[in-house]
Design a protein around this ligand. Sequence first.
Ligand SMILES: Cc1cc2nc3c(=O)[nH]c(=O)nc-3n(C[C@H](O)[C@H](O)[C@H](O)COP(=O)(O)OP(=O)(O)OC[C@H]3O[C@@H](n4cnc5c(N)ncnc54)[C@H](O)[C@@H]3O)c2cc1C
Length: 258
Amino acid sequence: MNVVVCVKQIPDPAAPGALDSDNTLTREGKLILDESDSFGVEMALQLVDTAGEGEVTLVSMAPNNEVSGLRTALAMGAAKAVLISDEALAGTDALGTAKVLAKAVERVGDADLVLTSTESTDGYTGTIPTQIGQLLDWPALTFAKHIEVGDGKVTIQRQTEAGYDTVEAPLPAVASVTAGVVEPRYPSFKGIMAAKNKPVDEVTVADLGLDGQVGWSGAHQAITAVEAAPEREAGEKIEDEGDAHENIVSFLDELKVI
Ligand SMILES: Cc1cc2nc3c(=O)[nH]c(=O)nc-3n(C[C@H](O)[C@H](O)[C@H](O)COP(=O)(O)OP(=O)(O)OC[C@H]3O[C@@H](n4cnc5c(N)ncnc54)[C@H](O)[C@@H]3O)c2cc1C
C-alpha cells in the first residue's frame, strides 16, 4: 500500500513570528516539520508496516527549496518526497495550495491513501484536506483518531464531541488525522544519515501545469489586515464569606460549563 503524506514546513513556532509588508508570514531561514504532520507520517509508516508492502511518500509546498522539515520526516522512515518550490507560489491562497498538493499527489501516481493533519500550526484554515479530496475527486474523511485499511477501503474513527463515529470509504481516499492519533517516533541516527540520500523530486508550478492558477494572480483570498489578539481580561475574584461555593457554581452555570 502506498501512502502520500502532505507535510507542511513552517517557521519554528518557538521563535516570534513576523509578517511581511503584504501581511503574509515571513518564511525566511530554516523551516521545520509542522509537529501536526508528524502524526500523519507516523500513521502512514504504521499502515504500510501493517500492509507488509508499499511505501510512504511526502509532498510539501515550501519557499526557498526548503527541505529541513522533509529530511526530518524522511529520517522517520518515509521513502521519498516531492517538493514544490517556486517564486511563482508567493501569495498562493489555501485553494491554490490544495491545487498544488493535489497535482503533486497525481505526480506520485500510485497513492492509495493521502494523509494530512486536520489543520496546520501556522495557517490553520483546516480547509486543505477536503479541498485535496475534491480536486482529486476522492472521498475525504476528516478528524481521524484511528485508521484501518483493508479490502480496498479505509475505515476511520472520526473524533466527535461525544466520542467517535465509524466512517469508511473506498480507496483511494484522503484522510486528515488528529494530533495524538499515534506517538510519532524519534528519527534514529541511522535514519538521519539515510535521509540525506533519499530522493527529493523538486518541481515547479509549470511542471504541475498550474501556471497562472496559483500565486498572487490566482488567489481568491487576501489578508487585508492583521490585528493583535485582545489582552485577556482579568478574571472575576470571589471572596469567601461562607458562600463562595454557591457563587462559583452559579458563575460556572452562567458560562454553561456545568
Ligand atoms: C492570502 C494568502 C497568501 C498566502 N501567501 C503565501 C505565501 O506567500 N507563501 C506561502 O508559502 N504560502 C502562502 N499562503 C499559504 C498559506 O500559508 C497556507 O499554506 C495555505 O493557505 C494552507 O492553509 P493552512 O496552512 O491553513 O492549511 P490547513 O488546512 O490548516 O492544513 C491542513 C494540512 O494540510 C497540509 N498542508 C497545508 N499546507 C501545506 C503545504 N504548504 N505543504 C504540504 N502540506 C500542506 C498539512 O498536512 C496540514 O497539516 C498564503 C495563504 C493566503 C490565504
